[in-house]
Design a protein. Structure first.
Length: 196
């Protein structure tokens, strides 16, 4: 049992290290030029359900339940791999900084010219002092909560969303909640070429 626990901890540590290396490499690529996107039509319902399935075991460690609020399915034209990276980063942050045993709410919707994906946690929130810096490269609030963070995750997420012609915004009330909103251009032309 002790060996099994040790191996499980090593596996977790290795995955965290690989994720960190991947983030650093992607950040370096962005510095060298624009992100290369391989866009395709994505139906958000099944796409987000797949991400939630991957993140549920991580959320279970802090007894957070991920709720997916869906009125109707919506299509976006985006890079599946990169968009998944953004949403997983936002959910991971919600798990890290949200209150244990509190819900994490994900919803999709539409506003003029955009499709929205929202990720909301209920917990520490972001101070007014920090909220303007949250997307800055290397800025991390992790130390305040005795956690480990590179300050690259949200910076990379912002660059990915921007490369799609979209926006990434945040609203927060300290001690109450934090809600990130991904805005992606609505699909207006279905005759787009792969990779455009």
């Amino acid at each position: 049992d002790k060996q099994r626990l040790a191996l499980k901890n090593m596996q977790t540590s290795n995955k965290e290290l690989l994720d960190l290396v991947q983030i650093v490499l992607e950040t370096y690529k962005i510095k060298g030029g624009k992100i290369t996107l391989y866009k395709e039509n994505i139906m958000l319902k099944s796409f987000i359900e797949e991400i939630i399935e991957e993140m549920t075991p991580i959320a279970a460690k802090t007894k957070n339940k991920i709720n997916f609020i869906l009125d109707r399915d919506i299509r976006v034209f985006a890079d599946r791999f990169q968009l998944k990276r953004v949403i997983k980063n936002l959910i991971q942050n919600a798990i890290s900084y949200g209150e244990p045993q509190s819900p994490i709410d994900i919803s999709i919707g539409e506003i003029p010219n955009y499709v929205t994906i929202k990720v909301k946690d209920h917990g520490a929130g972001i101070s007014k002092e920090d909220i303007d810096k949250i997307f800055n490269k290397y800025f991390s609030a992790a130390k305040k909560f005795r956690k480990i963070g590179t300050g690259l995750g949200l910076y990379l997420a912002l660059q990915i969303v921007k490369s799609h012609g979209g926006e990434l915004t945040v609203e927060s009330e300290e001690g109450e909640y934090t809600e990130f909103t991904i805005k992606l251009p609505a699909v207006v032309n279905t005759n787009l070429h792969y990779g455009e």
